[in-house]
Write a protein that binds this ligand. Sequence first.
Ligand SMILES: Cc1cc2nc3c(=O)[nH]c(=O)nc-3n(C[C@H](O)[C@H](O)[C@H](O)COP(=O)(O)OP(=O)(O)OC[C@H]3O[C@@H](n4cnc5c(N)ncnc54)[C@H](O)[C@@H]3O)c2cc1C
Length: 390
Amino acid sequence: MNTFDVIIIGGGFLGLSTAYQLSKMGVKTLLLEAGDIGGGTSASCSGRAQTCEGHLDPLNIQIIRDGLARHETLEEELGVKYDWRKIGLFLLIRSEDLWQRWLERSAILTRAGIPTEVVDRATLQKAESNLITSGLLGAAFAEEGILDPLKYTLAYANAARRHGGTILGRSKVIGFEVQNNKITAVRTSKSTYYGHKVAVMTGAWASRTTQIAGITLPIQHTHAEAMVTEKLPKVLNNGIELADFYETIHGKPRAVAIGVHPQNHGTLDISESVTKTNLLHKGVSAWGVTNMAKELIKMLPILEKVRIVRTWGRPTSFTPDEQPLIGWVPGMDNLFVATSLVETITAVPVLSEWMALMLQEKETPVSIEMYSPSRFSHLIGKNELGVLTA
Ligand SMILES: Cc1cc2nc3c(=O)[nH]c(=O)nc-3n(C[C@H](O)[C@H](O)[C@H](O)COP(=O)(O)OP(=O)(O)OC[C@H]3O[C@@H](n4cnc5c(N)ncnc54)[C@H](O)[C@@H]3O)c2cc1C
């Protein structure tokens, strides 16, 4: 009863979508999630299926283009509505250098089938009358998708269960049994499970999870804070982000990179203030919330008197080269890891299918060797087998 072909650890977008694909392919699959399903970072994100902000390598472009197309029929496939719709996105451009960069990016993306254009300030202002555009040169514009991230995680969980997968919340993995570089059993506080293959899909917690099997992976994270407004009359027609979002947040102790995204139910999702920290937590800070609010009002003064109904924080992982980490962990025989995707929501419908094939040692339609953990062999450390207590 307690033996599975594959045990997945982590009930976010990656773990749940892979559990669904494996179960659909007839593989006996168990997913263990420490808290509530989606309760890590996935169900608390902005729900955007991003299209134009990621890497421009051919593999990523193919994943994004195909992933976006898959969303058009995925609600029907999973049998649950997760409020999928298309929406425009303006990426605000504040410098000449960025303007040039986005002219080049938009040409590459458009040629690759992801239509993107650069528009001047007057066009931006006409599209978004409430936005303060002074100091801006204009914006890059692309269409992307938006969905309800909690419904999306639950859609995958329910579909996996319908196909025979076992999906368990409140089941934190605290230990592994390892023999001759092979994980033979996975322990939670309640039970021990036996698996032929073990997949760590614990997002920003991934290195902490593999450490209990004696492996330290070079995964870092940023901690982002976000908030949501009360329901409002229409303020924006499109989502708004900074064109230099990643440059703004990365490598700094603290930074605010304001993004505002209209949700289906009339609220505005506002993200994010970002802190560099070694701590993994879900909290907010006085610094983060206040500075986000200040930047928001500079951009959209019409929101000055609006009530914020909820704030939260979540970690997002990244690797030293900022590319995803997907594949078998060197030095172990049956330990797979997947984390640190870019444009995760868009990529998941495609990558989950490929990860399910990899976990059965089958070939993927396209090689994703460039995401393999072996590229970091020199950075992967060994530690004593551990037990997770905190
Ligand atoms: C504010 C914010 C907004 C974002 N907006 C977007 C967006 O609009 N679009 C987008 O694509 N991405 C967005 N992201 C990034 C995106 O949310 C993440 O890339 C994605 O959720 C990662 O999914 P995951 O499955 O890898 O990890 P997670 O969703 O974090 O899932 C990992 C799970 O593992 C569990 N876990 C950890 N340790 C254990 C253990 N020992 N045992 C069992 N379970 C364990 C955790 O509880 C967690 O639920 C955003 C991130 C933030 C912070």
